[in-house]
Design a protein around this ligand. Structure first.
Ligand code: SF4
Length: 236
């Protein structure tokens, strides 16, 4: 009797080629794979929330990636969401197939699911991890989860993004700097000013941003202010 193993499937919202708009790799050509669903609700969230899409097979997603990258411009695939770590069973099959084709894997994550990160960390090359400041998200804090997450992924290349709004508190910034420094002061920190869109108008003040960058640089080696490039240029 032939045993047939069922391949995992996942709700994938979209697959497309664009420039990376955030973080230390901003400006590179990436293929983006956006997974549906998130465990958080951030006040500044700009992720489109369409109706839940149909489940996609691994084969269908791989075909869409190759199709999006027909010109073979992209050297990297960014796995994003929503929160992609809600789909680890799918990632465990998808990511090795993409690495076999020579793609670097960037994982874009909210940094709140350390146990899930541990399941796939060996399959990822670069991690863009958020620290969710409660005064920015209007959510509860995730300090313990973020600390465990950062310790778990530290062996890989990792950088941190923090979205800054006009409601961000000094105390949250201080706490986040302390957290990063306690793991490794060489981890790059990106202060990402929130962009206005729809009803959200909470763009932070430039003088405050520069002051926080200055203060962060007293403890951390690499602190940059990088707005969302794709938002500024109106690129998808
Ligand atoms: S973690 Fe990201 S996708 Fe999830 S609600 Fe926050 S901004 Fe949106």
């Amino acid at each position: 009797m032939k045993i047939i193993f069922k391949q995992p499937s996942a709700k994938v919202t979209e697959v497309f080629l664009s420039i990376q708009g955030e973080g230390v790799y901003a400006g590179e050509d990436h293929v983006f794979v956006r997974f549906h669903g998130c465990n958080l609700r951030c006040a500044f969230c700009d992720t489109p929330q369409p109706e839940a899409p149909e489940e996609s097979s691994i084969r269908a997603v791989v075909d869409k990636i190759f199709d999006a990258d027909k010109g073979k411009k992209a050297k990297s695939v960014t796995i994003t969401g929503g929160e992609p770590l809600l789909h680890t069973q799918f990632l465990k099959v998808l990511l090795p197939a993409l690495r076999e084709r020579g793609y670097k894997i960037h994982l874009d994550t909210n940094g709140t699911l350390p146990d899930k990160a541990k399941e796939v960390i060996g399959l990822v090359d670069i991690i863009a991890m958020d620290i969710k400041l409660p005064s920015s998200t209007r959510n509860r804090h995730f300090w313990e989860e973020h600390l465990e997450f950062l310790r778990a992924v530290r062996a890989k290349e990792v950088f941190i993004k923090m979205v800054i709004t006009d409601e961000t508190h000094d105390a949250d910034i201080e706490k986040a700097i302390e957290l990063i420094e306690s793991v490794d002061k060489n981890i790059p920190l990106i202060l990402q000013p929130a962009s206005a869109f729809g009803d959200f108008k909470g763009v932070p003040d430039n003088a405050k941003l520069l002051d926080w960058q200055k203060r962060a640089r007293e403890k951390l080696k690499d602190v940059r202010i990088i707005p969302q490039l794709h938002k500024i240029k109106g690129i998808r």
